[in-house]
Design a protein around this ligand. Structure first.
Ligand SMILES: [Zn+2]
Length: 278
């Protein structure tokens, strides 16, 4: 799944390359990906100029004159900017050619992503787009706002962090990273988190995400590449802070990565890895 820093990088690169340009061609090779909320298909975009690209939740919304194309890449979707002469990828789902700017391709190995073609600004019918979470990179994401959201929760902290209705947005990778930065075990119940810990978690989200956005932009890889090698616990073997072996725990069917020493369990009934001698 693309994370916020990945999406912001893709958004910036595509905006620089495509904004103001008109659609000159379209190809739909995986019809299952397209959901038309208007009568018609991608050919409706022909001749229309791209006015802007917005990021909301885990979507990129391509705003054309009178029509929006909202893409939710789900698990495996990726964008690529290429030329119309490039060989088609096996995972190509659709492509839009732009006047004087090559071709925007959407690739999806799993065909789980969705592209919604909708009347401009009419996002209500697009599942998950207007989830309503507070943008964690915006000035509205204050300590007070975060603490008040957290206090209302009855679930585990990692599930809360992933809830797009609360926060816009964290995926599996950065949920692990911010919990590590704050020293909080992923299975901690929200209601058992103290005010000080909540503030620490808020500040960790701001710091980790700002750094990640800067790092992904600085590396400036092609947009189909996910830059993740600077992450500290996600998919890692050893804690960069204390050297302990990184552990995995299932949180609502998702694998969480954490350091048992830097993020000690506070709930009874959880395995205390610091006492097993391993
Ligand atoms: Zn550690």
């Amino acid at each position: 799944m693309p994370e916020l820093p990945d999406l912001l990088h893709v958004q910036a690169k595509l905006d620089a390359a495509l904004r103001g340009r008109r659609v000159a061609s379209e190809r739909l090779t995986s019809p299952v990906v397209l959901r038309a909320l208007v009568r018609g298909n991608l050919s409706l975009l022909l001749g229309r100029g791209l006015e802007e690209i917005r990021r909301r939740s885990h979507f990129l919304v391509f705003r054309f004159e009178g029509l929006d194309l909202a893409v939710n890449p789900m698990l495996a979707g990726r964008f690529r900017l290429g030329s119309r002469e490039d060989k088609d990828e096996a995972s190509l789902a659709f492509a839009l050619g732009f006047e004087g700017a090559g071709e925007l391709r959407y690739l999806d190995d799993k065909s789980m992503g969705k592209a919604y073609l909708a009347p401009a600004g009419d996002w209500k019918a697009i599942p998950g787009l207007d989830a309503g979470g507070v943008d964690i990179l915006s000035p509205q994401f204050t300590r007070e706002r975060f603490v008040s959201l957290l206090k209302r929760r009855r679930d585990q902290v990692r599930a809360f962090l992933l809830d797009k209705k609360a926060l816009d947005s964290l995926g599996n990778a950065y949920a692990d990273e911010v919990l590590f930065a704050a020293g909080i075990h992923p299975k901690t119940w929200c209601r058992s988190i103290s005010h000080d810990e909540a503030v620490r978690l808020h500040d960790a989200i701001v710091e980790v995400m700002r750094h990640a956005v800067e790092e992904v932009a600085r590396r400036d890889e092609p947009i189909e590449v996910k830059v993740r090698d600077f992450l500290k616990v996600r998919l890692r073997e050893e804690c960069p802070r204390c050297g302990s072996k990184i552990r995995r725990a299932g949180v609502r069917g998702m694998d969480a990565y954490f350091c048992p020493r830097c993020q000690p369990a506070t709930r009874s009934g959880l395995v205390d890895w610091t006492k097993t001698g391993k």
